[in-house]
Ligand binder design. Structure first.
Ligand code: ADP
Ligand code: MN
Ligand code: MN
Ligand code: MN
Ligand code: MN
Length: 335
């Protein structure tokens, strides 16, 4: 018997990398092999020396094809088997190993917007829908656009065994969110990339395009983020480490360093309006959705738990945001 393995990888498109995939037919008894691709077609090589290598790193059942078919997330290597320059997972792996004793966990809230043609789902042709107010977590055809896609995607993520922990309709029509985690840094990032792939693939069947654009509609409409929730074992057990982590994220030079990796076009979203803090001013606070970093009210009550970095854009690379947060916070917590 043979099965189909969908090899998925992250390309070299700047400033925001995109997902690619292709199908390999394998026999039952085959181990997942390394595979090559044309890097000159993915911004990962020049034409005269174009071969790049796909190395399987995470697999799960393919919920779309079903049966024993697989989704296979890969790292991109050069032909000398070293990580390609676009391979941000390789850097995260090192930092994750370095701080593994602190048992960091992440939950990422992935916001996204469904588009039909040049308009978000729910935007009338050539006009605007009623202003924001009733769409967030709404119900009914007046508020909700694209639920059949969102439900299908949720089913697929669960069938694939991904650590998806919730979904909700967002503040703008056609805008939605799913959450992945809590999981270790590498696991949350791998599974978020696969969940993104499944989202694009699901919407494709409905003739709908998914965008992770951080500000898909200019003006008085919410942007799309990827709030990144973070804890270490010490933070899950006490409050002082929660404050230490917040202070570390605000230390001299850190806010600018982090924000520069938090997704292209971050200034267009972190304006200080629409439940955001200005991109160039760091703040943290309890329950504060206008702060860069929020301590959930329950965490303050329990005096332990996790923090939410609200700055990352929807188009952030989860390998980069988790690497930076682990590096900054775990270094401070180690002292
Ligand atoms: P909100 O919309 O109120 O900001 P969500 O319910 O959308 O919150 O998301 C909460 C996120 O927090 C989830 O992704 C979940 O996995 C994550 N989370 C919960 N507990 C922890 C923890 N101890 N460490 C890290 N992340 C956590
Ligand atoms: Mn060919
Ligand atoms: Mn949320
Ligand atoms: Mn949200
Ligand atoms: Mn949030």
């Amino acid at each position: 018997m043979s099965y189909r393995a969908e090899y998925i990888w992250i390309d070299g498109t700047a400033p925001t990398a995109q997902l690619r995939s292709k199908t390999r037919i394998l026999a039952d008894w085959d181990e997942l092999p390394l595979w090559g691709f044309d890097g000159s077609s993915t911004n990962q090589a020049e034409g005269h020396s174009s071969d790049r290598v796909l190395k399987p790193v995470f697999t799960c059942p393919d919920p779309i094809r079903g049966g024993q078919n697989l989704l296979v997330l890969c790292e991109v290597l050069d032909t000398d088997m070293k990580p390609h320059a676009s391979n941000t997972r390789a850097q995260l792996r090192q930092v994750a190993v370095q701080f593994a004793q602190q048992e960091p966990l992440f939950g990422i809230e992935q916001e996204y917007t469904l588009f039909q043609g040049s308009r978000p789902l729910g935007f009338p042709e050539g006009g605007y829908p009623a202003p924001q107010g009733g769409y967030y977590c709404g119900v009914g055809a007046g508020e909700i656009f694209g639920r059949e896609i969102v439900e299908k995607h949720l089913e697929y993520c669960l069938a694939a065994g991904l650590g998806i922990c919730g979904i909700n309709a967002e503040v703008m029509p056609g805008q939605w969110e799913f959450q992945v985690g809590p999981l270790s840094p590498v696991d949350v990032a791998d599974q978020l990339w696969v969940a993104r792939w499944l989202l694009h693939r699901t919407a494709e069947e409905f003739g709908v395009r998914v965008t992770l654009d951080p500000k898909p509609v200019k003006g008085d409409w919410n942007g799309a983020g990827a709030h990144t929730n973070f804890s270490t074992r010490a933070m899950r057990e006490g409050y002082d480490p929660i404050i230490t982590a917040c202070e570390a994220l605000g230390a001299e030079g850190k806010p600018i360093q982090h924000v520069s990796y938090y997704g292209a076009g971050i200034e267009s979203r972190l304006t200080g309006l629409h439940e955001t803090a200005p991109w160039d001013e760091f703040s943290y606070g309890v329950s504060d959705r206008g702060a860069s970093v929020r301590i959930p009210w329950q965490v303050e009550v329990d005096k332990k738990g996790y923090i939410e970095d609200r700055r990352p854009n929807a188009n952030v690379d989860p390998y980069e945001v988790t690497r930076l947060i682990v590096d900054t916070c775990c270094t401070a917590l180690e002292r």
